[in-house]
Design a binder for this molecule. Structure first.
Ligand code: UDP
Length: 134
């Protein structure tokens, strides 16, 4: 059994796609264990994306992630980390296939609607980062 962390990013919330995104996870019969709306502070955004701090798009990414409310979800199930990543679609907007969340809703590689943990290691750290209050 695995757990993974999903963030509906500020553009997803602003564009009122929250319900449709959650529907994708429910359609796939994944279990939503916990969920809340909140914000990502600049300090936490920089920590969350520390692996990208040398990239030219880093300042834009931090500004975007802190630009409005987000929704945090904790999903649980067998192979849920990889299953959720499949539902999200590729990071590069040009590679995000139709039928995926990014493929269907995003037209930008930065403003790409959703985040999900990409490994067991990052899921553990990210769940601790955003669900430590539980
Ligand atoms: N990102 C970007 N430009 C890029 C690559 C990534 O703006 O060329 C942004 C995008 O919002 C992405 C986030 O940085 O979701 C984190 O990138 P990562 O490579 O970790 O991809 P992810 O795990 O989100 O698919």
């Amino acid at each position: 059994m695995e757990q993974t962390l999903v963030i509906i990013k500020p553009d997803g919330v602003k564009r009122k796609l929250t319900g449709r995104i959650i529907q994708r996870f429910e359609d796939k019969n994944l279990l939503i264990k916990e969920m809340y709306q909140g914000i990502v502070t600049e300090a936490v955004a920089k920590e969350h994306y520390a692996h990208l701090q040398d990239k030219p798009f880093f300042p834009d990414l931090i500004a975007y992630m802190t630009s409005g409310p987000v929704v945090f979800l904790l999903l649980e199930g067998t192979d849920v980390i990889a299953l959720v990543r499949q539902l999200l679609g590729a990071t590069n907007v040009l590679n995000a296939a139709a039928g995926t969340i990014r493929g269907d809703f995003a037209s930008s590689t930065t403003e790409n609607i959703v985040h999900a943990s990409d490994s067991k290691e990052s899921a553990e750290v990210e769940i601790q980062r955003f669900f430590s209050h539980l």
